[in-house]
Design a protein around this ligand. Structure first.
Ligand code: ASC
Length: 151
């Protein structure tokens, strides 16, 4: 039984790690997948931004819930940028993504470093701490958009 439980845990862990090896039937699906993940992340990040910028009242619990989504979903979009997904659906992804993969990866890693910090900041329930972490995370979004997203 212990073995079965650890096997189930391993399967769950593998499933959790799976985004990196997500498979797509066609380029269109990969593009739709990355756009969807980025859209969901943007929605939840935006809700934190609204609090950080004073557009909506600060709600510490909501900030944590949104930051949890951001921290998880920040791992997902990148699987949708595989070879051959430069076209297949309307996309603002620049060709440079596939010409400068190390640079693109660097941006992904920066986001994935900032997202857990944003969550940690949300968990302090301190608005100023959240604002600082939001600013740092937003700069990573912008940095990648400036380099790799068409207007
Ligand atoms: C957001 C959002 C982004 C980033 C970016 C930061 O709220 O959806 O893409 O912040 O605008 O510059």
């Amino acid at each position: 039984m212990k073995f079965a439980a650890s096997l189930a845990a391993a399967a769950a862990a593998a499933a959790f790690a799976a985004p990196a090896s997500a498979q797509f039937a066609k380029a269109e699906d990969a593009i739709k997948y990355r756009q969807s993940a980025l859209f969901v992340m943007g929605q939840h990040f935006g809700r934190i931004g609204a609090m950080a910028n004073g557009r909506v009242p600060y709600d510490a619990k909501a900030a944590v819930e949104n930051a949890e989504v951001v921290a998880t979903v920040a791992k997902l979009p990148w699987a949708g940028f595989g070879a051959g997904t430069e076209k297949g659906r309307d996309t603002r992804a620049k060709p440079e993504i596939w010409l400068e993969p190390a640079k693109f990866k660097d941006h992904q890693e920066k986001l994935q470093a900032e997202a857990p910090k944003l969550l940690a900041a949300a968990r302090t329930s301190n608005l100023d701490t959240l604002k600082t972490a939001f600013g740092a995370a937003a700069r990573t979004c912008k940095g990648c958009h400036d380099d790799f997203r068409k207007e």
